[in-house]
Every structure is written in structure tokens, then in C-alpha cells.
Design a protein around this ligand. Structure first.
Ligand code: PHE
Length: 464
């Protein structure tokens, strides 16, 4: 069975693929944006606390369920739950994950497609030209670009094509191979940009903003926002980590892997902030608090540099690479359901699911037309926003991921026994010294904290 499903070539393959899933638009777009909105320092600390207290424990739980069953979410919960209270109903958690994968991918790929267009514009020099006039770029992005339906569709389909292609070639031959090529490149580009940003005059101010906390600006809303974001950025709550965990061997330490993946994800998000804030601080551009920074302000700043085209190009390649390793994991959750549960071949499953999501995503791509303000594209934003695009995003990040995460924590913390979980966590690790702490976090802290997000969404709280 394991053979026909596929396996990673080893620890490194798994860590890179899972880190690739985690690092994405969430790190490079959403995190700098919400950190800016929430005034830096204190928010960053709260975010790190959320990752450690809730994110890492749930990631451990997901990988544990995946490896124990060697199945994707639907089958995994069905098998583990069948002789326990609740029985096969637990497979509903898996279905929720498949639905979340479908939903997120259908809009994520639209935004990811923009990076292809922007990389192209950088190479041709058109971007630098447009960016010499900040207002010009804003108008181009919000008007001409988003409103051009056919173009939006083409880039979305191109990105879905790349994603489907990678998943088609399987766990080792496709997903792992792409991650092994793209992640090192991504790190290299980040280092080049970090190095560049350290030479700018805004660097120190960026560090101060990010690392000197001022707790007086912190609100309950910021705390919940930090937690909600931790879910999205760590790819939790929908079985992506569970599915990737189903391809690892018994010789891998789950707690260590979960910690490393979360650490890398957090580091990259912080580096992205340092880069973007340094660049913006050292320009005289006044950044209105908006989520468009990535596609409007940044190129405007790069345009002032001698090697504008080069910096623009590597910047959008970086975002595209990060997005691709994430969309791959989203599609893998959906495809592996058909492989494991419906008995389809990987090829048939990937092509079918990839096409269905691509077609559905066209609706999202078209829903942006004529929208001159980006306010409705608050990616992973909290408020219910207009248009299909906004609705998909709202459903996924406010409902599917938190509810999924909540149920996963309940299942692993309360339904699976302590013996069963500790036995699995000790494989490849030896005695897990932090087991008691982990169990406390997964039984009490994680459900309560995630429950708070769900309650506040039900009450219709606004966050910012
Ligand atoms: N973690 C990805 C990001 O930060 C998004 C994602 C969410 C990927 C859920 C897979 C599953 O962009």
C-alpha cells in the first residue's frame, strides 16, 4: 500500500515539502500586511507565542494522524475513529479538509498567477516604467490588470497547470522534486534581498518596529488575528500536514519535524517583514494601510534602484515559488482523497481534481473585474467581503481552518488515548520528554484558543 501511495525519499524531502507548503502568500503578503496594521513588536511576540502554544502542537497532531494511518484525511479519521466514540463521523473532519483545500486553491491560484504576470513585466522592463509614477501603477493594478478578465483567467490557469503538473508526478517525483529545487532558490533570493535591505536607511527602523514591543497597542482582536494567521501560514486545520505526514517513515521524529517546519516558516515571515519595511521606510512613499503593498508599492521603490528590473524580477519569482509549493499541497489534499478513498490512479485523480478546481477558480478570477480598490481582496482577511473571491477567502480562513483545527485537537487530545499518541510520537524520536506539556496544550489550550476565534466569528466581531 505504502508503495503505491508514494513516500518521501527521507527526512529532508519531507521537511522541505512541508516547509514549502507552509511558506507562501501567507508569509510574504499577509504577515507583513497584518504586522503593519497591528503596529509591529507586540503583535510579533503574540504571533510567536501562538505558533508555539497552538500551531506546533496541532502540527504534531496532524502529522501523527497521517503517519499512524498512512492515509489522507478522510480515510485517516475514519480508520482511527471507527472504534472510538463518534465512530466514522470523524471522517467528516477529513471532508472538511478536502473542501477547504478546494476552496483555498480556487482563489489562491488567482493571486499566485499575478506573480507570473509581474515577473514577466519585470523582465520586459515595463514594471519599472509603470512604477516611476506610483499613481500610475496603482491605477494599472487596480484597474487595467484586475479588470482584464481573460488575462486573469490565463494566469490563473497557468498556475493551476504548474500545480497540477507537479502533483501529477507523485510524492517523490513531483512534489518533493519541486520543493528541493524551489526552496533553496527561495532562500537564496531572500538572502539577496535581506542583504540589500540591510544597506538601506530604513533597516534599523524596520528592526525597531518589529522587535521592540509596545503592548499598549495590542487588542484582543490582534491576538485572535495572530492565532488565525498561525493556522493559515502553517497550513493547519485542513489536513495538508496530515497528508504530507502520511508519506513519512517511522524513523522520523514528528515533534522535531513540526518544530523545524514552524521555525522556518516564522523565520521567513520575519525576514519578509524586515525586507519590506526597510525598503518602504527608506523611500518617501507614504504607505496607506493597504494590502496592495506587494503589487504597487514595492515595485515603485525598486524602480528607484539601478538594477530595478533585476530586483523586481527576483522579488516576484520569490513570491511565485513560495506560492507554488503551497498550491501543490492544497491540490495534494484533494487528489489524495480520490487516490486513497475512491481508488483512482494518481494521474486520473490529479488531472480531474486539478481541472475542476481550475474551472471553479475562473469564477474567482472574473469576480475581480472592475474592482478598482483592493479592499475586497483581503486575502485571509476576517471580514466577509464582496464577490466570490472574498466569500471563498472568508469561508476558508474564518470557518474551515479554525473549525478543522478545533476538531483535530479534540480528536487527538480526547478521542485518541495517551498511550496511542505517545507510542506514535516516540517512533523515530525516543522518549518524548515534552509529552505531558504537548498533551496539555492539545487537550486544553488549543481547543480553547481556537474556540475563541470561532465564537468571535459567530458573534461577527471585526478585528482591525
Ligand atoms: N501556508 C500557506 C501560506 O502561508 C497557505 C496554505 C494554507 C497552504 C493551507 C496549504 C494549506 O501561504
Amino acid at each position: 500500500m505504502a508503495e503505491s501511495r508514494g513516500q518521501w525519499s527521507g527526512r529532508l524531502g519531507f521537511i522541505l515539502a512541508a516547509t514549502g507548503s507552509a511558506i507562501g502568500l501567507g508569509n510574504l503578503w499577509k504577515f507583513p500586511y497584518i504586522t503593519h496594521e497591528n503596529n509591529g513588536g507586540a503583535f510579533v511576540l503574540v504571533y510567536i507565542a501562538m505558533v508555539l502554544l497552538v500551531g506546533v502542537p496541532i502540527m504534531i497532531a496532524e502529522i501523527l494522524v497521517g503517519r499512524r494511518t498512512q492515509l489522507s484525511p478522510v480515510g485517516a479519521f475514519r480508520i482511527l475513529g471507527q472504534d472510538k466514540p463518534g465512530g466514522k463521523v470523524w471522517s467528516g473532519v477529513g471532508f472538511l479538509g478536502v473542501l477547504a483545500g478546494f476552496t483555498i486553491l480556487s482563489y489562491y491560484s488567482v493571486v499566485a498567477g499575478w506573480t507570473i504576470h509581474y515577473t514577466w513585466l519585470s523582465f520586459t522592463g515595463k514594471l519599472a516604467e509603470l512604477a516611476t509614477d506610483p499613481v500610475g501603477l496603482q491605477t494599472y493594478f487596480g484597474g487595467e490588470f484586475l479588470a482584464n478578465g481573460p488575462q486573469q483567467i490565463v494566469y490563473h490557469l497557468l498556475f493551476m497547470g504548474l500545480t497540477t503538473g507537479a502533483v501529477y508526478f507523485g510524492v517523490k517525483g513531483g512534489i518533493e522534486r519541486v520543493a528541493k529545487i524551489l526552496l533553496p532558490l527561495l532562500f537564496l533570493i531572500l538572502i539577496i534581498l535581506l542583504f540589500y535591505s540591510s544597506t538601506t536607511s530604513g533597516f534599523h527602523e524596520a528592526l525597531r518596529f518589529l522587535f521592540i514591543p509596545d503592548f499598549s497597542t495590542l487588542t484582543t482582536g490582534s491576538v485572535l488575528e495572530a492565532l488565525g494567521h498561525a493556522f493559515f501560514t502553517l497550513s493547519l486545520g485542513m489536513g495538508a500536514m496530515l497528508t504530507y505526514g502520511s508519506y513519512i517513515g517511522k524513523d522520523i521524529s514528528i515533534p522535531r519535524a513540526a518544530f523545524q517546519i514552524s521555525l522556518l516558516d516564522t523565520l521567513i515571515a520575519l525576514i519578509a517583514c524586515v525586507i519590506m519595511f526597510s525598503i518602504i521606510n527608506s523611500s518617501n512613499i507614504d504607505v496607506s494601510k493597504s494590502s496592495t503593498i506587494l503589487f504597487t508599492t514595492i515595485p515603485t521603490v525598486f524602480a528607484q534602484l539601478p538594477a530595478a528590473n533585476f530586483f523586481n524580477a527576483i522579488f516576484y519569482l520569490l513570491i511565485g515559488f513560495a506560492a507554488l509549493t503551497s498550491t501543490i499541497s492544497l491540490l495534494e489534499v484533494v487528489s489524495s482523497y480520490a487516490i486513497d478513498d475512491l481508488g483512482w490512479s494518481r494521474q486520473r485523480s490529479t488531472l480531474t481534481m486539478g481541472s475542476v478546481i481550475a474551472v471553479f477558480g475562473v469564477l474567482n478570477a472574473l469576480s475581480l473585474g472592475g474592482n478598482t480598490k483592493l479592499s475586497s481582496i483581503n486575502l485571509v482577511g476576517r471580514e466577509s467581503t464582496a464577490g466570490i473571491f472574498g466569500t471563498m477567502d472568508y469561508l476558508a480562513s474564518n470557518w474551515f481552518l479554525p473549525v478543522g483545527g478545533f476538531l483535530i485537537a479534540l480528536f487527538v487530545g480526547w478521542v485518541l488515548g495517551a498511550r496511542e499518541t505517545s507510542e506514535e510520537l516516540e517512533k523515530g524520536h525516543g522518549v518524548f520528554a515534552w509529552f505531558k506539556l504537548w498533551r496539555l496544550l492539545i487537550r486544553f489550550v488549543a481547543p480553547l484558543a481556537v474556540g475563541a476565534i470561532i465564537v468571535s466569528v459567530i458573534l461577527g466581531r471585526e478585528y482591525q
